[in-house]
Design a protein around this ligand. Structure first.
Ligand code: URA
Ligand code: SF4
Length: 205
């Protein structure tokens, strides 16, 4: 598999990056997805959040975190004193990967090869935004940002050294993991833990 490199413009300017990403053929995921879902938010953001990949809603709307996981994230950010508009939101992988089951499209975790293929876009976004702090939401984002396998339970909520162009990295759970707890025990605790990690990240910037 190739990677996104040949499609990434040298100039790290957000609108130009987003436009160029519409043509990306760096891996095969563009074929079945509706459209690329590039990151969104101000170039001046001090906080940049990285998810895994767009979901079904994001794929249709072309915007990151506009589905159920996005609503949980927005609530958690608000509880941590950050508005969605202040942050830059993106994903480790920019096209939706799924299994078609009849009329339903079932989320399928991106492979390490997809994360690697899409990495040049994430690097370009980090260089364009130069955030004080990056929040990696879940293990896929953590691997993409830190360049090594991570264990969320062991490493979450600490201020970790980031790569070049990034001051610090805070690893936390993915909001989709909270959705799976809804209506069962543990949601409130998991939400509070996510808010605490986002507070840590906001304070680190
Ligand atoms: N989950 C993600 O990781 N990213 C999105 O944009 C939406 C849901
Ligand atoms: Fe390019 Fe990333 Fe989409 Fe693959 S997932 S085609 S590398 S933008």
């Amino acid at each position: 598999m190739t990677d996104a490199g040949p499609w990434v413009p040298a100039r790290r300017v957000l609108p130009a990056l987003a436009e160029a990403a519409t043509a990306c053929r760096g891996c095969e995921l563009w074929q079945d997805a509706t459209q690329v879902v590039f990151g969104a938010g101000p170039a001046s953001a001090r906080l940049l959040l990285v998810g895994e990949q767009p979901g079904d809603h994001e794929d249709v709307e072309g915007e990151p975190f506009v589905g159920p996981a996005g609503r949980v994230l927005e609530q958690a950010l608000a509880a941590a004193g950050v508005t969605r508009e202040q942050a830059y939101l993106t994903n480790a992988v920019k096209h939706f990967r799924f299994d078609q089951r009849g009329p339903r499209r079932i989320h399928k975790k991106p492979g390490v090869a997809h994360v690697t293929a899409c990495h040049p876009w994430l690097v370009a976004e980090l260089e364009a935004v130069r955030p004080a702090v990056v929040v990696a939401l879940g293990a896929t984002a953590g691997r993409a940002v830190l360049g090594r396998p991570v264990r969320v339970t062991a490493e979450r909520g600490r201020v970790l050294d980031g790569p070049e162009a990034v001051g610090a990295v805070v690893l936390t759970t993915h909001p989709s993991a909270l959705l799976r707890l809804r209506g069962r025990g543990g949601y409130d605790e998991a939400f509070a833990a996510l808010v605490a990690d986002l507070r840590t990240a906001a304070a680190a910037g």
